[in-house]
Design a protein around this ligand. Structure first.
Ligand code: ZN
Length: 100
C-alpha cells in the first residue's frame, strides 16, 4: 500500500557499499525534509545514532535500523544496514512494528 506521496520511495533498494548506503540515506533525508515520510520509533533494535546525525565522516553503529512512515497512507519503510561486517543493507517497505 503506497500513495502518491510515497510511491517514489516504494522501490526496494539494496546497498553493498558505504557509498550506496549514504546515497540512500541522502534520498531518505530529503524525503523527510520534504515531508513525504516521517521518522518513527524503530523499536528495541534501533541504533544509538539519530538519523539526522548520520554522516559518512562519523562513527556508525554496527547495526543501523531506522523506520519511517508515510503520513498520508501509513505505509512503513525500513532502512537497515550492517556496517560491521560490511554486508550492506537495504531500504524497503515494511509491515508496521507489532504486526509481524
Ligand atoms: Zn503513502
Amino acid at each position: 500500500m503506497t500513495c502518491s506521496r510515497c510511491e517514489n520511495l516504494d522501490e526496494y533498494v539494496r546497498f553493498r557499499t558505504p557509498g550506496e548506503l549514504f546515497r540512500a540515506i541522502g534520498t531518505v533525508r530529503q524525503a523527510v525534509a520534504d515531508g513525504d515520510i516521517e521518522e518513527i520509533d524503530a523499536g528495541p533494535m534501533k541504533g544509538t545514532i539519530a538519523f539526522s546525525d548520520l554522516s559518512d565522516a562519523g562513527p556508525l553503529d554496527n547495526i543501523l535500523l531506522y523506520r519511517f512512515r508515510c503520513p498520508d497512507c501509513g505505509q512503513n519503510f525500513v532502512l537497515g544496514a550492517e556496517t560491521y561486517h560490511g554486508r550492506g543493507g537495504s531500504w524497503g517497505k515494511s509491515a508496521p512494528l507489532g504486526s509481524m
